[in-house]
Design a protein around this ligand. Structure first.
Ligand code: SF4
Length: 56
């Protein structure tokens, strides 16, 4: 899911994925919106951010 990059961080979201194009220092996410997948996940390992996009 490719979305616009915003000037402000998403409140209440801490993300440490510093290789993402939406990542901002301080563990903030600048994506205009994020999508987390998948449905019916059973543990933390199974969940991930579908909006992630590599910096380069
Ligand atoms: S889009 Fe997802 S992986 Fe990328 S900084 Fe935001 S929350 Fe983290």
């Amino acid at each position: 899911m490719r979305v616009n990059k915003s000037d402000s961080a998403i409140p209440r979201v801490k993300c440490v994925v510093n290789t993402c194009r939406y990542y901002s220092s301080g563990d903030h996410c600048l994506a205009s919106q994020i999508e987390i997948q998948p449905p019916n996940a059973n543990d933390t390992e199974q969940t991930d951010c579908a909006t992630f996009s590599p910096k380069h």
